[in-house]
Each structure stands twice: as C-alpha cells, then as structure tokens.
Design a protein around this ligand. Structure first.
Ligand code: AKG
Ligand code: FE2
Length: 310
C-alpha cells in the first residue's frame, strides 16, 4: 500500500485571501483531496497556513494542565450531558470490543466564546490559546470543505454553509487536546492508548507531536503508521461525511497502540484533534441524490455515535 498522500495547500492556504485564488488550482486540489478520501480517508496538508506557534502553545499549555493532580483536574471535568471539559484517564473506550479503556486523557473545548470549565484560574492563558487554535482550525476546516464540495461537484459553498454555527451552542464541533501519559505501570490485557475507531463527524484536523504512534487502516489494507511530518496537519474523514457522500468518501479506522520499544514507554505523547461537525439541525441526506441511507439530523447522528463511546 502506498503512503498516505501529502497535499500542498499553498494555493488555498489561510494566508491567501479567498478572492485571489486561481479556480484551476482549486479544482485540482479538490480532486486530489477527494481522491485521497476514497481510499486512505487521510491526507497530510502542508502549507496550510496555521502558524506552528499556535499549535505549540496548545501543546505546552495543555501539558501544564494534564500534569496537575487528578483532584485539581476534576474541577474541570466533562459533565455527562456535554462534550466540554476534562476527560480522565481510562474514561473512554474508542473500540468498545477491547477489554480495557484507553490510556489517554483529553480536554475538549466546544464553545468558543465561553470559558465554562476552562482552568483559567490556574492557567491564565488556557482559554486564549485554545480559542486561537479553534478559530484558525475553523477557518482551515471551511477551506477544506470548499475543496471537498468542488471535488464532489456540488455547489462550492454547500458544505461550508452546513457548518455555520461552529463554536456556538447548536453545533458540536470540538477542539480536543489529547495526552497519553508515559507508561509507568502494568498495562491491562488488550489495553491501548486509543482503540480502533473512525471519527464521527465531517472531517478531523489532527496535529501530532513528534513521538508518533498513530496507525491508520486504508481501505483493503492493513494498518500503516501515520508518521508525524513537521508543519503538516493530518486531515481525515468522519463517518457522518461517509454517509453524506453515500460511501463515495471513506472514514477509515485508526488507533494508537502501546509503543513496542522500551525507550518509547517513558515518553508521553500529545496530539490535538479538531472534530468538525455540521450544525445540529442540518439534515444529512445523500449528496448523490440516492437513498442509500435514511435522512438524519446532524445532532441525532452524533448522539447515537457518542453513546457507544461512554
Ligand atoms: O492521538 C491521535 O493521534 C489520534 C486521536 C484520535 O484518533 C481521536 O481522538 O479521534
Ligand atoms: Fe480519531
């Protein structure tokens, strides 16, 4: 199996004003992106235009938080009825068939204008750095949706328009900082850092540190490593988008196992995922006009998927 494609987003980078973009370059990018999403479900984007220092700040600020004692972090815990706040170690099991829960912690931000459950009293810049990345990732996400619409031969603003309320109450888009602590004690049988799963929503933007460990499973092939490439963002498709495109584009499985090499066990790992979801009330109806899947609202689809994880 060939490697996960790397696409150069320079012609549509965040630093290029939308009205200055060459339509031919957009069509080529849209086609390239959709092609990658039909087999790998994953692509690396280089020259995307999100400044690396914004990403680094979320990594370092999150690490400061994750290294606090459990009793401190508990104050900011995700309530059962919302996807916002701190998620403790072994709380989630992304592959429900595994016997033990994932060895990871996370902090989720869903509302961009609200500091609710944010640890700003102990880490004053926490909200600002998360908000800054959330805003940039939202803009990049919109551009990726434009390219997907072009590649799918639908109205160019169609997908973007279905994601108008990102960061607000009636949209579930989440910026999630993930922390995989060093492996210091016995791992339970079958336990991993992040169980096999596909993402739930439209698309996911993933920033990894340099430790590595993410494996992805292209269609018809075995898992291959998604080795970190500095300065890139890894973009993958979620199940909801697979359903929306009537399986033309695929949401492939991925996982993070316990490192095999002894020296790697002492290293923690960090990643940051931006899960882009359509607005709650958007009706997901097959874009090719077929009736392969029943219509469902964005929020009903997501609630059904989240129920399996917790
Ligand atoms: O940590 C990673 O690299 C992947 C995390 C992931 O797949 C997820 O949270 O959905
Ligand atoms: Fe994932």
């Amino acid at each position: 199996m060939a490697a996960i494609p790397v696409i150069d987003l320079a012609p549509y980078s965040l630093s290029v004003p939308v009205h200055e973009v060459d339509p031919k370059a957009l069509q080529e990018l849209g086609d390239e992106l959709c092609k990658a999403f039909t087999t790998f479900g994953f692509v690396y984007l280089k020259n995307h235009g999100i400044p690396q220092n914004i990403v680094e700040e979320v990594f370092s600020t999150s690490k400061t938080f994750f290294e606090k004692p459990v009793e401190v972090k508990q104050e900011y815990a995700r309530p059962v009825d919302a996807n916002h706040g701190w998620v403790s170690l072994e709380r989630e099991k992304l592959n429900p068939e595994r016997p033990a829960a994932d060895l990871k912690e996370a902090y989720n931000m869903t509302a961009v204008d609200d500091q609710h459950l944010m640890p700003v009293d102990i880490i004053p810049n926490f909200y600002d750095v998360f908000k800054s990345l959330f805003t940039s990732a939202q803009e990049l996400g919109n551009r990726i949706l434009d390219l997907m619409s072009i590649g799918l031969n639908i109205d160019r603003s169609f997908l973007r328009d279905c994601h108008k309320n990102v960061g607000k109450k009636d949209n579930q888009t989440t910026l999630r900082s993930l922390y995989y602590p060093r492996i210091s004690k016995e791992v339970k049988p079958g336990q991993v850092r992040c169980g096999e799963h596909s993402d739930y929503g439209s698309i996911t933007l993933l920033f990894q540190d340099d430790v590595g460990g993410l494996d992805v499973k292209p269609v018809g092939a075995d898992y291959i490593p998604a080795t970190p490439i500095p300065g890139t963002v890894l973009v993958n498709l979620g199940d909801l988008m697979q359903r929306w495109t009537a399986d033309k584009l695929v949401a492939t499985k991925h996982r993070v196992l316990i490192p095999e090499k002894e020296v790697m066990l002492s290293k923690g790992r960090q990643s940051i995922a931006f899960f882009l979801y359509p607005d709650d009330d958007v009706i997901i109806k097959c874009l090719d006009g077929s009736v392969k899947y029943e219509e469902i609202s964005g929020i009903d689809y997501l609630n059904h998927r989240l129920a399996v994880t917790y």
